[in-house]
Design a protein around this ligand. Structure first.
Ligand code: ATP
Length: 431
């Protein structure tokens, strides 16, 4: 069940590999903060290069407690204030500082989350505790939010810095290794230390030794995993390495795998485990969204890693037999890129009209709208007031194009220009 990247997470900044300059900047930022220069920090860089680890290690070194929040959950000022307030209160209790860490700050964008972006910017101005935002791509953030922070960039970790980490892990785990085997894992992961550790775990866990042949064999295995077996491995298994390995062999698209897990995880997990599992799945979904938006399929692997990470959320045993079910129609609807775009634009319009986030429009409101729209007249009225296009109406109702076009009429709704000063750079969420 253990994920080696968690097991070997650095506790102190001194153990963070590579990125010496950024680590120094981070330490400098914390020291300046203590001395009264109370700027929030924005730590950014590619996935798996140690941003989150470095921030936690910093807090540890400084003797600060950490409150973590996911920026995409911070859709309302309330949520932000609650966390910031919580941080201040606990600081009062312990007398020490509390570092507020806001992950996925680049997911706070777009109309639906604009309230969240503003609330975070406001919070940054008034926060009485140190705050670090973490992001992969700072240009996805609103300019005002970015400008409010001191930027610290993390670059990729070179293969040379990755190699000793892999070697130390093998030593700790009692796994013998051929040096070339570790080198080829380090080289293949071009700067992504987490990816390298996961690759190592996938070949090494449960083995006594890792050879060059083992490493080169992983890509070419011709076994196919049944989705049901995969669900069992992730939701009930104890071996993270096997789950990582199996995830590559499942004969389903990564999107479908996320949907299958999303549908079935509540059958096995409860309470906090479930919340953590959903957090992982939503991270997986973020990377699927980015893969689609950029057509950069190397991002799939982050989706995969987060998907498999669902296993580590489980606290109790995963015994018994479970009747897994396929993802519900609504989830499966988001299959092709075009469908997803339509789904997202529909969710945005409904979200804007109702004040809900895009995700909640999609998951909570769509089903009701669909029932309402069974009555064509009501559908026409609401579609007009929301400015739905024929595609969007067809998406919601399942009608064919021509029926939807008849109901909507020929006039294409015009795109309404947003008047928002400094947030004009925001881009819409693509997932
Ligand atoms: N520079 C590093 N030094 C030591 N370990 C690292 C480093 N980078 C990554 N790791 C290992 O990889 C794991 C994941 O890293 P971490 O979560 O910090 O990456 P990240 O840059 O925050 O990625 P993401 O953007 O996906 O959150 C850590 O738990 C640790 O085991």
């Amino acid at each position: 069940m253990a994920d080696w990247t968690e097991r070997y997470r650095p506790d102190t900044l001194a153990d963070v590999r590579g990125n010496n300059k950024s680590v120094k900047q981070l330490r400098g930022w914390a020291e300046d903060w203590e001395e009264g220069d109370r700027e929030p920090a924005l730590v950014h860089g590619a996935p798996g290069v140690g941003k989150t680890s470095a921030v936690h290690a910093l807090a540890n070194d400084m003797g600060w407690t950490v409150v973590e929040m996911n920026a995409s959950d911070a859709r309302t000022a309330d949520a932000v204030e609650e966390v910031a307030g919580e941080a201040t209160r606990s600081a009062g209790l312990t007398g020490g500082r509390t570092l507020v860490v806001m992950d996925e700050a680049d997911n706070l964008h777009g109309n639906a989350d604009r309230g969240g972006s503003r609330a975070v910017t406001e919070m940054l101005k008034t926060a009485s505790q140190p705050v670090v935002l973490i992001a992969n791509d700072p240009y996805e953030m609103s300019r005002s939010l970015r400008n409010a922070c001191r930027e610290i960039e993390f670059g990729n970790v070179t293969a040379r810095s990755i190699l000793p980490v892999l070697r130390d892990i093998c030593n700790e785990e009692g796994v013998e290794y051929e040096k070339e085997a570790l080198k080829s894992i380090a080289d293949a992961n071009s700067g992504d230390l987490r990816g390298a550790i996961h690759d190592l775990q996938a070949v090494a866990e449960g083995r006594d030794a890792v050879t060059v042949d083992d490493v080169s064999a992983t890509g070419g295995r011709d076994t196919t995993e049944d989705i049901f077996e995969f669900l069992d491995t992730v939701l009930k298994g104890d071996d993270f390495g096997t789950a990582l390995r199996d995830a590559r062999d499942v004969d389903e698209s990564p999107d479908d795998m996320v949907h299958w897990l999303d549908e079935n995880v509540p059958k096995v997990y409860t309470g906090d485990e479930l919340a953590e599992a959903y957090r992982r799945l939503s991270r997986a979904d973020v990377f699927l969204g980015r893969t689609r938006a950029t057509q950069n399929y190397s991002l799939w692997r982050y989706a995969n890693d987060n998907m498999v990470g669902v296993q580590t959320a489980r606290r109790g045993g995963g015994g018994g037999w479970t009747r897994y079910s396929p993802p519900s129609t609504f989830r499966r609807l988001g299959r092709t890129r075009g469908e997803r775009d339509t789904r997202d634009s529909t969710a945005r319009k409904i979200g804007e009209a109702s004040g809900a986030s895009m995700a909640s429009a999609r998951d909570d409101i769509f089903p009701y709208v669909r029932v309402l729209f069974e009555d064509e007249e009501t559908a026409a009225r609401i579609a007009a007031s929301l400015g739905l296009s024929a595609d969007e109406l067809a998406y919601l109702t399942g009608w064919d194009e021509s029926r939807a076009e008849d109901v909507v009429g020929d006039d294409e709704p015009e795109e309404v220009e947003e008047e928002d000063d400094d947030e004009s750079q925001s881009t819409l969420s693509s997932f």
